[in-house]
Design a binder for this molecule. Structure first.
Ligand code: MSP
Length: 517
């Protein structure tokens, strides 16, 4: 059986879950469900990143200890993902004992191998990013992310011989063109690697920072937060025991946004090389969600909270918007107006309407009872089933490339075709009163067949949509009164004649917008 290991970043516990975190997590969940649907064994890991200056400072501001503070926010992440229906297999916290022990084990191993040395370093340090900056990386002397001037600090620390791996890393990236994808991020990393790579400072003196994993070979120091956090991807599998590590490790699909490209594309693979572990399969990098009003921030009061979105619009509608609106790899704009427009156009008018229309006809003409479908299919019938086969193929291709918006577009083009099929075959005309025309038994049988094909379309939609909108797919299956086996049966064989489907129900009420504004 093929396997896939999907990871989200471990989110810092200094902020509550927002739109950005939700996007990556929803993408991870969708990928997992999709790969499972095509027969893979999948494992999804998420969790929280809890050590370091940033968290210690946030806890101090909050008047609590770092651990109490981390407990509270970490629980909030976990309960948010539960409430959002995210099918994660394991939730890791970097304060978990097994993770701390694993980090120490790897540190000791690479220290013993001579890959870590003690030295002095002075440089410009951004506390927000928890890293040193070179002059070149600064914008007007400030950290490009935090818009604050970094401080010069100089201290003795431990360094990982990252520079030693520069050539091998370049080779790995060149040999596997989609190791880092999409292409633009690969190009960015290769451009960065044209300059000499420096060694990585992997410790912080306890005199400055206590909130971290102690170095196993010097307890005057704690581990640099990135060296600690990145190892989660392996420590979690190791903790699961059995052969999880061997089974899933090199099958990793990491999901991140562009903000943390460098640690994942440079630190992490070189750490893996030093630890003697194979590299991940793919690093998948997406863009940023930006608000109309600019960057999302607490001070601007424009933070989008997933549970608020769920309460107002429904989780599936929110998921649909996120996956349909952003082209993976590029930035996208978030606005409520755009969200409502998509819900009304794509979900209420298109998908919702189609489901109601088909079930209403089935109810009205045959009291919900499915009619037989003959061996001879009309050209339109064949075209309809072909459209879905084709959509499925294309969708699988797009999913392999993380082109979620294209995958959904493809599915919606099959919906459009289904609507066209209704117009072409015109069941309501065949069944309706036609002056001077007497409805025959064969007209009625044909309508039964048309509806049978339409029910098959809905069943296919329910199947292909499930990874993106799992609750809606389940509701559709309930309306069609079918179980999972019927969902995957070949076209024409899922519904027996005599099977009864349910009356229609409104899946997505139209959202009225105040047009007077
Ligand atoms: N703790 C580190 C990651 C360690 S991984 C071993 C970290 N945490 S974070 O809380 O800042 O999360 C960053 C991630 O959150 C991004 O890479 C992305 O997945 C998500 N996003 C946060 N804001 C975002 C947007 N505005 N838009 C899209 N995703 C963003 O970095």
């Amino acid at each position: 059986m093929e396997r896939i290991y999907i990871t989200t970043p471990l989110y810092y516990v200094n902020a509550e879950p927002h739109l950005g975190h939700t996007y990556t997590t929803v993408v991870a969940d969708t990928l997992k469900r999709h790969f499972q649907s095509i027969g893979y064994e999948a494992f999804l890991l998420t969790g929280t990143d809890e050590h370091g200056d940033k968290i210690a400072q946030a806890a101090a501001l909050d008047g609590t200890s770092p651990k109490e503070y981390a407990d509270r926010i970490s629980d909030l992440f976990r309960s948010t993902w539960d409430a959002c229906g995210i099918a994660y297999d394991h939730f890791i916290r970097t304060t978990d004992t097994y993770h701390q022990e694993y980090v120490q084990k790897i540190l000791q191993k690479i220290y013993d191998a001579g890959e870590i040395y003690f030295g002095e370093y002075g440089g410009l340090y951004c506390y927000g990013c928890e890293r040193f900056y070179t002059e070149k990386e600064l914008v007007d002397g400030k950290c490009p992310d935090h818009q604050t001037a970094p401080q010069f600090i100089s201290e003795k620390n431990y360094f990982f011989r990252m520079s030693k791996y520069q050539e091998r890393l370049i080779e790995e990236i060149q040999n596997k063109p989609d190791l880092i994808r999409p292409e633009r991020y690969r190009t960015e990393v290769l451009a960065f690697l044209r300059e000499p790579l420096e060694d990585l400072c992997i410790s912080r003196p306890v005199s400055r920072l206590k909130w971290g994993i102690p170095l196993p070979f010097d307890n005057n120091y704690v581990t640099y937060v990135w060296f600690d956090a990145l190892l989660n991807y392996v420590s979690a599998l190791n903790h699961r025991g059995g052969d999880s590590l061997q089974t899933f490790w090199p099958k990793a699909q990491h999901l991140i946004a562009k903000d943390i490209l460098k640690p994942h594309a440079i630190y992490w693979p070189t750490m893996l090389m030093a630890a003697g572990l194979p590299l991940y399969d793919h690093l998948n990098v997406h863009g940023y969600w930006v608000m109309d009003s600019g960057k999302m921030s607490k001070s601007l009061g424009n933070v989008i909270r997933p549970l608020e979105m769920k309460a107002r619009f429904g989780m599936d509608a929110f998921r649909y918007f996120l996956l349909r609106e952003m082209a993976f790899g590029q930035d996208a704009k978030f606005s409520e107006e755009a969200l409502v427009t998509r819900i009304n156009a794509d979900l209420a008018n298109n998908l919702g309407n189609l489901v109601s229309r088909v079930l209403a006809m089935q109810q009205k003409y045959f009291a919900g009872v499915v009619q037989p479908v003959g061996a001879e299919w009309s050209a339109e019938d064949r075209e309809l089933s072909n459209k879905f086969a084709q959509a499925e193929n294309e969708l699988n291709g797009y999913m392999a490339e993380l082109q979620f918006h294209r995958a959904l577009e493809t599915l919606w083009s099959a919906l459009d075709y289904t609507n066209r099929y209704i117009v072409q075959t015109s069941p309501f005309t065949l069944m309706g009163p036609r002056p001077g025309v007497i409805r025959t038994e064969s007209d009625k049988a044909r309508v039964g067949e048309i509806l049978h094909h339409l029910l098959d379309s809905l069943r296919s939609v329910a199947r292909l949509l499930a990874p993106f909108m799992p609750d809606t797919a389940a509701e559709m299956r309930a309306l069609l009164a079918i179980d999972d086996t019927a969902v995957t049966a070949p076209w024409g064989e899922a519904f027996r004649a005599g099977h009864k489907v349910n009356p229609p129900k409104v899946l997505f009420p139209r959202i009225e917008t105040d047009t007077s504004k």
